[in-house]
Ligand binder design. Structure first.
Ligand SMILES: [Zn+2]
Ligand SMILES: [Zn+2]
Length: 475
């Protein structure tokens, strides 16, 4: 389980909410980040399918046809790379093999590559030979999840590794293997068409999007701290995410706020141990904890304007005690906060602390509340840039296959890049045609299955956006 030392002590208190399967599921619950995006987490019979966008496709230039031809020519190798990465998944900050493979590929293509950025990240640049133009960053994430794969594939992962002091199965359950393979293919096609490329392309291959244990700061935030956007500084950044919520062959986007902030908190309730038959002889931290959990839900339902924008506060773990007739000294819980609004984020963080501490104090105990320092801010697509690039996505997707995504409460650390410069983050469908995207296992599931026919539209979308943003191929 994840991995806070306090939750791992041998005589760990155990309680009602502590399901017997926590060893693996607890991991997922503890991951602060759930990148994937909208529709993904709202699967189920009540979920709506994202409606088609009304954006008209931009007219094509000869360069688009040439890029499409190169994309089709590299599709088989892109899928082979994806399978290789899928079969050899690596957790955050452990992407040594993946990073080395990508770096070797980029160097062969003539990119200037800086490696070991934020542990295993890469920053690669290529200057076009088609004339002056803007600098554009493209980002892919490389990390897998501590999830044991349950998909029946010849290249399924059997990998295991240590994570937070425990051996775990590892799987690309969020599809970052696809992102890495798509950006490797993008890199090669761009290099092949370098004579037509205007401006400069900066490729970012980042580690640890899924966040790190024990509050460690990594991924996009650390890459920026280590100068990923310094030399050269991009004028814009694009990224994509494969999602189970869309059929392969469709693309999705959303101007403005598109992913929530994610912050993880821990509450330790201190009581005083006593016999279960003599509760008056001590202070029961489990009863205090139950009161705190109930009261925390009233912050969201009674203290913020839920009509203005969504937010969610979830307690995902509650541990306390190890016998039916012993009231323990302590109970511990942790949970996650998701919201789009920075003011609300700060308000709820403050109120969680005040409510918890005052309830515990009123019941003769004491609560310690801590927020981990590696939370993610909310992510917004730059409205103007998104409107400008949407016709490129419509051109690639074709009639009716570009979808307007609903807002969701998943999080994505691309937020750091798109706070630094204007950004567009779009979705690529990977559910096999014929299946209902609302009913299939979602990203992060051990049964998440990618239909690889969705990768080519993702590659083409990147290439068309590069050509259109940089003005390449314009006579
Ligand atoms: Zn992801
Ligand atoms: Zn994810």
């Amino acid at each position: 389980m994840f991995l806070r030392p306090a939750l791992q002590r041998p005589a760990r208190p155990r309680l009602v909410a502590d399901a017997p399967t926590t060893s693996r599921r607890g991991f997922l619950a503890a991951c602060a980040c759930a990148c994937a995006l909208p529709a993904v987490l709202s699967s189920g019979a009540n979920a709506q399918m994202p409606p088609p966008s009304s954006i008209a496709p931009a007219p094509a230039r000869p360069l688009h046809a040439a890029l499409d031809e190169s994309a089709r020519a590299i599709e088989g190798r892109m899928i082979a790379w994806r399978r290789d990465i899928h079969q050899n998944p690596e957790l955050g900050n452990q992407e040594v093999r993946t990073s080395a493979m990508v770096a070797a590929h980029l160097r062969t293509l003539g990119y200037t590559v800086r490696d070991k950025v934020a542990v295993t990240g890469l920053v690669a640049t290529l200057k076009g030979e088609g004339g002056p133009g803007p600098t554009l960053a493209l980002r892919a994430d490389m990390d897998a999840l501590p999830v044991p794969e349950e998909v029946d594939l010849p290249f399924a992962s059997r990998a295991k590794t240590m994570w937070g002091g425990q051996e775990v199965g590892v799987m690309h359950a969020c599809g970052h293997d696809c992102h890495t393979a798509i950006l490797m293919a993008t890199a090669e096609v761009i290099a092949r068409h370098r004579a037509d490329l205007r401006g400069t392309v900066v490729l970012i291959f980042q580690p640890a999007e899924e966040n790190l244990p024990d509050g460690e700061i990594g991924g996009a935030r650390r890459m920026l701290d280590e100068g990923a956007f310094n030399d050269p500084k991009p004028d814009a950044v694009f990224g994509l995410h494969v999602v189970s919520g869309l059929t392969a062959g469709t693309l999705g986007y959303r101007p403005g706020p598109a992913a929530a902030s994610a912050d993880e908190f821990t509450i330790t309730v201190h009581g005083r141990q006593t016999h279960g038959a003599r509760p008056w002889g001590g202070v029961d931290p489990i009863v205090i904890g139950a009161q705190i959990i109930s009261a925390l839900q009233t912050i969201q339902s009674r203290q913020v304007d839920s009509g203005a924008s969504p937010s969610v506060l979830t307690v995902g773990q509650f541990h306390g005690g190890n016998r039916s007739n012993i009231i323990p000294d302590r109970a511990m819980m942790n949970g996650t906060l998701r919201t789009y609004d920075e003011e609300r984020r700060q308000f709820i963080m403050r109120r969680v602390k005040e409510v918890s501490e005052s309830i515990a104090q009123g019941m003769d105990g004491r609560a310690e509340v801590s927020w981990l320092p590696n939370g993610y801010p909310s992510m917004a697509n730059d409205p103007t840039l998104t409107q400008r690039m949407a016709p490129s996505l419509a051109r690639v997707a074709g009639e009716g296959a570009l979808r307007m995504m609903p807002p969701g409460l998943a999080a994505e650390d691309f937020a750091y890049f798109s706070k630094a410069v204007p950004g567009v983050f779009f979705n690529v469908g990977v559910t096999a045609p014929g299946l209902d995207p609302r009913q299939v296992p979602t990203n992060h599931s051990p049964r998440f299955r990618v239909d690889e026919s969705g990768l080519l539209p993702g590659l083409r979308a990147m290439l068309h956006m590069v050509a259109d943003y940089t003005g390449s191929g314009v006579a």
